[in-house]
Design a protein around this ligand. Sequence first.
Ligand SMILES: *[C@@H]1O[C@H](CO)[C@@H](O)[C@H](O)[C@H]1NC(C)=O
Ligand SMILES: *[C@@H]1O[C@H](CO)[C@@H](O)[C@H](O)[C@H]1NC(C)=O
Ligand SMILES: *[C@@H]1O[C@H](CO)[C@@H](O)[C@H](O)[C@H]1NC(C)=O
Ligand SMILES: *[C@@H]1O[C@H](CO)[C@@H](O)[C@H](O)[C@H]1NC(C)=O
Ligand SMILES: *[C@@H]1O[C@H](CO)[C@@H](O)[C@H](O)[C@H]1NC(C)=O
Ligand SMILES: *[C@@H]1O[C@H](CO)[C@@H](O)[C@H](O)[C@H]1NC(C)=O
Ligand SMILES: *[C@@H]1O[C@H](CO)[C@@H](O)[C@H](O)[C@H]1NC(C)=O
Ligand SMILES: *[C@@H]1O[C@H](CO)[C@@H](O)[C@H](O)[C@H]1NC(C)=O
Length: 355
Amino acid sequence: MVYFRLFFLSVLLTCLPGNATKCGCKSMRACYRSMLRDLRSGGEEACVENVPVSTATVTVFLHALYKYCGKVIQVKKSGVTYVGRTLYEVVINGSSWGNSSKSVTVIDAGQDASEAPVGFALYLIEQLVACMEYQKMIDHIRWVILPSTNPDGMEYSRAKHEYWKKNTRLINNLSYGVDITRNFEVAWADCSAANNSFSQDYPGHQANSENETIFIRNTIQKYSESTKAYVSLRRDGHGIFYPFANENSSNNGTETAKEVAGYVASKVNQEIFLHLFQNDSIFNANIKPHCGHSVDYVFKTFAVPYAFEMRMFVESSNEITSKFHRMPKGYGSSLTAEYFAGIKELYRHIRKTTE
Ligand SMILES: *[C@@H]1O[C@H](CO)[C@@H](O)[C@H](O)[C@H]1NC(C)=O
Ligand SMILES: *[C@@H]1O[C@H](CO)[C@@H](O)[C@H](O)[C@H]1NC(C)=O
Ligand SMILES: *[C@@H]1O[C@H](CO)[C@@H](O)[C@H](O)[C@H]1NC(C)=O
Ligand SMILES: *[C@@H]1O[C@H](CO)[C@@H](O)[C@H](O)[C@H]1NC(C)=O
Ligand SMILES: *[C@@H]1O[C@H](CO)[C@@H](O)[C@H](O)[C@H]1NC(C)=O
Ligand SMILES: *[C@@H]1O[C@H](CO)[C@@H](O)[C@H](O)[C@H]1NC(C)=O
Ligand SMILES: *[C@@H]1O[C@H](CO)[C@@H](O)[C@H](O)[C@H]1NC(C)=O
Ligand SMILES: *[C@@H]1O[C@H](CO)[C@@H](O)[C@H](O)[C@H]1NC(C)=O
């Protein structure tokens, strides 16, 4: 079994002495070392990737980071959900903080009420802040990360253990929740038969009707002049997908995004290989239109050249899930490394085109 051989290699690598205490960093920033020292003396887990994902994890981690590494990271409370949970905007500062010509990459996670992509966003923040070897990545690009964009939905599905991908706002005293992934204004009304508020695909009574959508949209608008890349991290799959989501026209201004998706996919596939990381248009990945999609919104409204949906950590009932379930515990860390390699590859392409 080639899967298992490669898996044990990765376990071996992540178990090398010292690695666990450095959260995978070759060289750790001093502020982060102090943070870990204090957390560990309080009996806390040192590295965020070892902590179960929850809204409490997001809050505790971001507050600790801001307290210890406030020179590198800004944590803003930029919105509130229906239930009253905070929507965080994280900005990572490198050596030219005030440089407005610095290009921006916006990453959001968990629109679909997922946990694992939120965990990956926290890992990404950890690596960019903690590891000195990624200093160039934060010097050349301003990273704006919205690590948990639908905490109400995430907490609901965690508590109920049921398939849930909407938020939890009460609709007409009848049903709960709007699908944030379908609530953006571009092509919002183009998909028919979406009027059932009990459906997991319910797009809302109008575009931008939800706090979560407005929060993401405000952030995108705020940085739109400098934004070169946008990545929306979601569950149920393993691949990078480019515009469009609502129509099958993959050769209409999408050539650059398509080409870079290919580079990112081939980079991910070079890493410890578990399952082929796909690249395609969002439409083709779904085999049907997905209207009101944030990637289409960013691509069509602001002409952001690299706009992607990245699917990660297969969770639902499709044919590759069972294969993953049979994997020994811990495969998640190899997948995390693969996905991070994909983000680093995207960074290289953004730099190439902005210098
Ligand atoms: C951003 O980083 C630079 C250099 O690391 C530092 O001089 C500056 O004070 C930081 N800005 C903020 C707002 O923390
Ligand atoms: C979000 O929802 C809460 C509660 O329903 C509300 O108080 C708040 O003003 C809404 N809007 C924003 C932008 O947070
Ligand atoms: C601002 O950032 C751009 C792009 O990274 C760079 O070319 C320029 O030299 C920077 N300016 C300053 C004052 O740091
Ligand atoms: C929902 O129920 C409350 C109290 O039961 C009522 O006051 C309100 O008018 C109802 N709203 C709608 C839209 O039916
Ligand atoms: C959706 O349902 C509402 C109320 O049930 C109705 O007023 C509206 O016309 C419907 N819209 C479509 C497009 O069917
Ligand atoms: C291609 O884009 C242009 C302008 O953005 C639009 O007018 C045209 O309808 C698009 N064609 C297809 C096949 O989507
Ligand atoms: C991208 O996807 C196409 C088919 O959708 C595939 O033929 C190609 O090998 C993929 N590229 C990479 C680098 O994985
Ligand atoms: C989209 O168009 C391409 C090329 O025209 C075709 O190969 C593909 O099957 C279409 N996708 C879907 C889901 O119909």
